[in-house]
Design a protein around this ligand. Structure first.
Ligand code: ADP
Length: 501
């Protein structure tokens, strides 16, 4: 009966764990959320408590079911989506982690990555995994745990330990250890997975000295991941969907055709371009990754990220105290006709794609005695748009080498996209239309769609595509000369902060 079937999406993010109950039309019916404490053992190190992640996930799942007034029997399936790359290793017999989870942002393996690059391993790593050598990905984090936790290497070699990204960790707990599995999108972020052959890579495991017995079985994004332990929700529920957060958002935005592109603007910004069945090796330091794998068919994507997007607004609010709240930036940006040449390069933690300059630091350039709060805040918003253009140009260069991918529309989501001024400036600087959907909870929605596909709640990606609804559309209206002038000034500013060419 329509309206009587639900899907539960578990969205385990970097700063919070959430559960959202969706109906069979893709509408959210109930939500529960818990903030996740960040553990900073020393500068550059970021950890999470794995047990806390599991307990919060379980608690929010129960809360969402209760709030929605839904019985387990009405849930067609659970979809899991998660912060990617974050690394947990646990004991197979007790299910207890050997250490806190090492979060994707953690830089403790910088030196290891330096060595890998210096020894020329980056070419092989990129060819097999599509990734740039960086502490961001799981492999060097796993190696660190094996080398630094007492007895870990021995136990791993004896097959007594399991590694997982957060998806696998949650699945293990949901199924009481019956399933040690992951999906192709999460596997693709470990730096151990051959994205072309779709299997764990023996050479890379050897290079990182990681025993393959640690690794999970890799399944499609819509697949049978087993059932929840019956005592968790009162009855077993099928776990049927899984994808990393940005890939889930790509599904939630229904970017199912080559050339379709989505950009998520939260703390940072993640752009993903669907390149179809072809894994395009980037010549411009983008990542090649798995967008999703359905029925054994892999769809690839080019991915680029901006480390600081909404985080610049947080800094203007909390650090400089120029604004009371992030949404204030919209009226301030409107209040001046331009930044009068002020440019902010928010490279607080280095520059990501396409520059990958870890040592670069932020700058505000072009200040005069007339520069005020409005110009600086506007410059912070503009920077998000210039960086998106950096990414799109690099992706277009990569993609056009093999096919003609004309980007005519960018689908956006995330906390910043409520800012209409920002969306218009984005369309203007990109010279590409920007579409904002009705449902901006695209990450959780994508996980629900994947579970729904497996459980036949949604018959096909075509049908899911028809559920996508536009809430607002921003059309470029800036003159080309103005766009070129502003973007050239941005590039000149970036050149001033870069430490490597
Ligand atoms: P995340 O999922 O990364 O925690 P969200 O998608 O919830 O982030 O987005 C929150 C971010 O968006 C914050 O960094 C905040 O500063 C920024 N933000 C929220 N609303 C606005 C707005 N109207 N204008 C500009 N930035 C905003």
């Amino acid at each position: 009966m329509p309206g009587d079937t639900f899907i539960l999406a578990l969205d385990q993010g970097t700063t919070s764990s959430r559960a959202i109950l969706f109906d069979d039309q893709g509408a959210a019916r109930a939500t529960a959320q818990r903030e996740l404490p960040q553990i900073f053992p020393s500068p550059g190190l970021v950890e999470h408590d794995g047990e806390r992640i599991w307990q919060d996930t379980l608690a929010t799942a129960r809360e969402a079911l209760e709030r929605g007034g839904v019985r387990p029997g009405q849930i067609a399936g659970i979809g899991i989506t998660n912060q990617r790359e974050t690394t947990v290793i646990w004991h197979r017999d007790t299910g207890v982690p050997i250490h806190n989870a090492i979060v994707w942002q953690d830089r403790r393996t910088n030196d290891h990555c330096e060595h890998l690059r210096r020894d020329g391993h980056d070419t092989l790593i990129q060819a097999r995994t599509g990734l740039i050598v960086d502490p961001y990905f799981s492999a060097t984090k796993i190696a660190w745990l094996l080398d630094n936790v007492d007895g870990a290497r021995e136990a791993a070699e004896a097959g007594r330990l399991a590694f997982g990204t957060i998806d696998s960790w949650l699945l293990w707990n949901l199924t009481d250890g019956a399933h040690h599995a992951t999906d192709a999108t999460n596997a693709a972020r470990t730096m151990l997975f051959d994205i072309h052959r779709q299997c764990w890579d023996e050479d890379l495991c050897q290079l990182f000295a990681i025993p393959m017995s640690l690794l999970a079985e890799v399944r499609d994004c819509a697949a049978d991941f087993g059932h929840t332990r019956s005592d968790l929700f009162g009855a077993p529920i099928a776990i049927a969907g899984m994808a990393g957060d940005q890939q889930a958002a790509t599904v939630g935005q229904a970017c199912f055709r080559p050339g379709m592109i989505k950009s998520t603007y939260g703390t940072g910004c993640f752009v993903m371009l669907n390149t179809g069945a072809e894994a395009i090796t980037s010549q411009n330091r983008m990542l090649t990754t798995v967008a999703y794998r359905l029925a054994g068919q892999t769809t690839y994507a080019l991915e680029g990220s901006i480390f600081v997007a909404g985080a610049a607004m947080q800094w203007l609010r909390d650090g400089l105290k120029l604004i009371d709240a992030a949404p204030d930036s919209e009226a301030l940006a409107h209040s001046v006709p331009s930044t009068d040449g002020v440019i902010m390069v928010p490279a607080f933690t280095g520059l990501g794609a396409p520059y990958w300059d870890a040592e670069a630091r932020g700058a505000i350039l072009g200040l005069t005695r007339d520069s005020g709060i409005a110009q600086i805040v506007r410059a912070g918003l503009e920077a998000v748009c210039y960086q998106t253009r950096d990414l799109l140009l690099a992706m277009q260069r990569d993609a056009s080498a093999s096919r003609d991918l004309s980007l005519d529309v960018l689908r956006v989501d995330g906390g910043m996209v409520g800012n209409d001024w920002l969306m218009q400036f984005l369309a203007d600087i990109l010279d590409v239309a920007v579409d904002r959907p009705v449902v901006t909870e695209t990450t959780a929605l994508g996980a629900a769609y994947l579970a729904g596909l497996q459980q036949s709640v949604f018959p096909s990606t075509e049908v899911i595509g028809k559920h996508w609804r536009r809430e607002a559309n921003f059309v470029p209206r800036m003159a080309a000369g103005e766009r070129d002038r502003l973007y050239a000034a941005w590039l000149a500013a970036v050149a001033r902060v870069r430490t490597v060419a």
